[in-house]
Design a protein around this ligand. Structure first.
Ligand SMILES: Cc1cc2nc3c(=O)[nH]c(=O)nc-3n(C[C@H](O)[C@H](O)[C@H](O)COP(=O)(O)OP(=O)(O)OC[C@H]3O[C@@H](n4cnc5c(N)ncnc54)[C@H](O)[C@@H]3O)c2cc1C
Length: 510
């Protein structure tokens, strides 16, 4: 029997991640498949995309990559979360760490998962306080201590995330991928089976046409196969997510000082600006609404905020949304081809990884009549993932700000009914884990632990309600207070032992 031919179209981050996850899944289940990546050197990758979530590190280690080599070769840095500046009101900021202290201390039997947060909110302490990543992030420390013999000791059990240059990471994966075919050609057409509608071969400009069994469309905003050939439609989120244009630019690191271990997301007059440190530079950009600013005005606003001129690297239109179906016939799409919102909370690369894990763990082996059922389940879950990301991002815009036309417009027109519904639920009880339906296979998804710092930072959690909830169980309240104090003390101690971020990154080159 001939091997099943998997063809991945697109050599951006999504294409290479898909190829590696597919290859690993086939190896684990002893599936005999051939994987080929087709990319066109005439179409560049998106050229931005620099913050990940912790899922990326989990995958890196699962695939057997050496983390230190990865950091060295790609110029990546450590990320513990996001600093949100000026979102609630001008001059206010809050941190969103991505670790989960409950993983360390557990939840006592019969108690809701929100017990530690209930205590913090009720006591007027930031919910991010008992997080290891808050302590590391504020001090810009590495997640490792360096012993006298120069070996590195992890200072905690949590997966951190990274900041990187997606082009360098794509090139790294391409160079590391063994046993994956590579064709540099443009896919210019596809032949479909008249009965099933499946794609049977691809017409290539620059190489011979190729027969295929299964396709993963990672062609970015072009959506070359899933859209034009398979007929997927775009579900727009433009009524919920107010920004629609991005100007990326780079800045030099200051000569001295630490490299930050967080993404800076700074709210602006008509959107927000990101600053993401890699080892070589700060990758930055202003995502804004062109209903309120022209590209020239957006650039002028950035320059006024920074106090110097910038050189925009692109002008990227953003049509936030997702496909109605991510998998049609024998064509599945992921990456920017499947969805994009705005870079807040780094959902895009995370989404790709989780989608490919879901496909390879639960659906890849489906055949014949079974395939339609699997497709429907997969498509529902992928659509839910995107919709939940959209709701989470939308929550960030529930702001006290009304200082510009943009913020007044957002307040009146953009806060979604899903966000209003959640805020209603959480005015009755504080968010807890069972407010969120489980995601397939326990794969990482937006849940209460991610919402808490954002809700807290925006002042959307009711202190009196928190006091009342935790006050119902005085023993638990004392336990929560002691646990918080113990964690803060321990994490401060650990953070003081951890190596500085810059010197850790430099030590990888020795
Ligand atoms: C402003 C902005 C900021 C972002 N920031 C983040 C972030 O902080 N975190 C995050 O997780 N994500 C972020 N993203 C998203 C992130 O960039 C993408 O998820 C990631 O880079 C994957 O892109 P991709 O591989 O889907 O598409 P691309 O990088 O666009 O790659 C598409 C590939 O398809 C190939 N191709 C296209 N058409 C054809 C064809 N017909 N034949 C053959 N090959 C073809 C191209 O050659 C290319 O190799 C950001 C995106 C934008 C726009």
């Amino acid at each position: 029997m001939s091997k099943t031919q998997y063809c991945i179209i697109g050599g951006g981050t999504a294409g290479w991640l898909s190829a590696l996850i597919l290859q690993e899944a086939a190896r684990r289940s002893a599936l005999d498949i051939d994987i080929t990546v087709i990319e066109s050197s005439t179409i560049p990758t998106i050229g931005v995309g620099e913050g990940t979530t912790a899922v990326f590190r989990g995958l890196l280690l699962q695939l057997g990559f050496d983390e230190f080599e990865f950091l060295r070769e790609t110029g990546a840095t450590i990320k513990y979360g996001i600093k949100h500046q000026d979102w609630r009101r001008l001059g206010h900021s809050y941190f969103g760490p991505i670790d989960d202290p409950l993983k360390m201390v557990g939840t006592p039997p019969g108690v809701t998962s929100s017990w530690l947060n209930q205590y913090c909110v009720g006591a007027g302490r930031a919910v991010s306080e008992p997080h290891l990543f808050s302590q590391l992030m504020r001090r810009n420390r590495a997640p490792f201590a360096i012993r006298a013999n120069k070996t590195r000791l992890p200072v905690g059990p949590f997966h951190h995330a990274y900041h990187f240059d997606q082009a360098k990471v794509g090139a790294y994966f391409k160079q590391k991928a063994k046993g994956i075919g590579l064709i540099d050609a443009l896919v210019v057409g596809a032949e479909t089976d008249p009965d099933s509608g499946d794609i049977v071969s691809l017409k290539l400009d620059g190489a011979q046409d190729i027969a295929v069994d299964f396709i993963i469309d990672c062609t970015g905003f072009k959506r070359a196969l899933i859209g034009d050939v398979m007929g997927a439609r775009w579900v727009s989120f433009d009524d919920k997510l107010p920004v629609n244009r991005a100007i990326p630019f780079w800045l030099e690191h200051p000569e001295t000082g630490e490299i930050p271990t967080y993404t800076l997301a700074r709210a602006m007059k008509a959107g927000w600006m990101w600053q993401i440190p890699t080892q070589d530079r700060l990758g930055c950009g202003y995502v804004y609404s062109d209903k309120f600013l022209s590209p020239k005005q957006a650039q002028a606003e950035v320059e006024a905020v920074l106090g110097h001129s910038i050189i925009p690297r692109a002008d990227i239109p953003i049509d936030a949304g997702r496909l109605d179906r991510a998998w049609i016939g024998n064509c599945l799409s992921t990456g920017l081809a499947q969805s994009f919102f705005e870079p807040l909370e780094a959902t895009s690369i995370h989404g790709t990884i989780v989608q490919m894990m879901m496909f390879t763990q639960f659906h890849m082996r489906a055949k014949g009549a079974d395939r339609a059922t699997h497709q429907a389940t997969y498509n529902n879950n992928v659509a839910r993932q995107a919709d939940d990301f959209c709701t989470f991002i939308n929550m960030h815009y529930v702001s006290e700000r009304d200082d510009t036309d943009f913020w007044r417009y957002v307040r009146t027109n953009c806060i979604s009914k899903e966000v209003r519904q959640l805020l209603k639920v959480w005015s009755d009880h504080l968010p807890r884990n069972d407010d969120f339906a489980p995601f397939p296979g326990g794969l990482a998804h937006v849940e209460d632990q991610l919402y808490y710092p954002v809700l807290d930072g925006l002042g959307l959690l009711d202190r009196a309600l928190a006091k009342q909830e935790i006050g119902q169980n005085p023993k638990l309240r004392i336990h929560a207070r002691k646990t918080t104090e113990k964690l803060v003390k321990e994490y401060k101690r650990v953070a003081a032992m951890a190596c500085g971020h810059r010197s850790f990154l430099e030590s990888l080159r020795e």
